[in-house]
Design a protein around this ligand. Structure first.
Ligand code: COA
Ligand code: NAP
Length: 273
């Protein structure tokens, strides 16, 4: 058996990122850009996507940033078509648009719950379903960015728990429906990743951040590169027999029980009040 050392060369491949203007998703996009991929990305803010795309181009690749909300199918379809015309069929689809805040179920209005479910779950469905026509077939790899809340019931996170559990089930169903076309789809479940908006919202103080790191069996917060490396495996030939998998990249956090986010929720409530 030969192992191809250029497996992580994505020169000329097209990466489309939903929710790609910041944080983990942008960091993964930067890793693919350094490996030669052309990147198209969308998020709600025109300024943020433009800045993110310019940053990717500064890495020496071609990038396209388009303002689109994953809750708006028409805008999404326009963005996918524009990206397809510019860079050809999508080889790698990274789907990670999400929203989060800490609130108990009783402090969460129906619209608050619905908002997160619409971005995380319905948004992921919209992205995958509308991207299907633009995917390279066979060969495309879809990577959904999930969260540990999908399998660890977490107080103050009813919306995210419900939405991300749905995202992972979508991963499994689409793996079955689209496998025969040569489309693979997997979920990456990041642990707490340092210097990200998502972690800031769950661990808003130095104390809660340290508690979070200590909970991780590997005793450190994750780095964006930890997620980028797994994304590259899943997108490359090294991942060619992996589909329908939900893969924690979390230092072992999935093995621990429900988290106590009471102190974090209390700190957030004070900030918001
Ligand atoms: N506690 C309780 N309810 C909250 C809340 C909080 N901290 N923050 C927002 N809400 C409620 C709002 O009050 C509103 O409900 P209402 O109409 O009944 O009052 C509902 O959520 C929608 O808020 P809105 O600000 O209109 O939504 P949006 O679509 O503009 O923004 C969010 C979406 C709320 C998720 C926003 O935090 C966001 O844009 N997040 C993206 C960044 C992010 O979360 N990154 C981490 C990813 S893990
Ligand atoms: P982030 O920087 O806030 O990233 C979220 C991205 O989604 C932003 O680019 C945001 O840009 C975009 N977005 C939000 N709502 C959108 C919408 N309706 N339509 C289109 N784009 C939208 O947060 P992050 O912490 O890096 O999180 C990235 C992903 O990792 C999320 O899926 C999150 O659930 C997951 N995750 C994070 C952690 C962590 O520790 N950070 C842990 C587990 C899982 P705009 O504001 O411009 O729209």
């Amino acid at each position: 058996m030969s192992m191809d050392p250029s497996a992580f060369d994505f020169t000329g491949r097209h990466l489309f990122v939903a929710g790609g203007s910041s944080g983990i998703n942008l960091g993964v996009a930067q890793a693919f850009a350094r490996a030669g991929a052309n990147v198209s990305l969308i998020s709600r803010s025109a300024d943020k996507v433009a800045t993110a795309a310019a940053g990717l181009e500064a890495l020496g690749t071609q990038a396209l940033g388009i303002a689109a909300d994953v809750r708006q199918p028409e805008a999404l379809e326009r963005a996918l078509s524009e990206a397809h015309v510019r860079f050809g069929p999508i080889d790698v689809l990274l789907s990670g648009a999400a929203g989060n805040f800490l609130a108990s179920a009783l402090d969460m209005s129906p619209n608050a719950f619905k908002t997160v479910v619409e971005i995380d779950l319905l948004g992921s469905f919209n992205v995958a379903r509308l991207a299907h026509a633009h995917l390279r077939r066979p060969g495309a790899s879809i990577i959904q960015i999930s969260a540990g809340q999908a399998f660890t019931p977490t107080p103050f996170q009813a919306h995210v728990c419900a939405a991300k559990a749905g995202v992972d089930m979508l991963t499994r169903v689409l793996a079955l429906e689209w496998g025969a076309e040569g489309i693979r789809i997997n979920s990456i479940v990041p642990g707490p990743i340092a210097d990200t908006e998502g972690l800031k919202r769950l661990a808003p103080t130095a104390r809660t951040l340290d508690d979070m790191a200590q909970r991780v069996p590997l005793k450190r917060l994750g780095r964006i590169e930890d997620i980028a490396r797994m994304a590259m495996v899943l997108a490359s030939d090294w991942g060619s027999y992996i589909t329908g998998a939900v893969i924690p990249v979390d230092g072992g956090l999935a093995l621990t029980g429900p988290r106590d986010l009471t102190a974090a929720a209390e700190a957030t409530r004070k900030t918001r009040a």
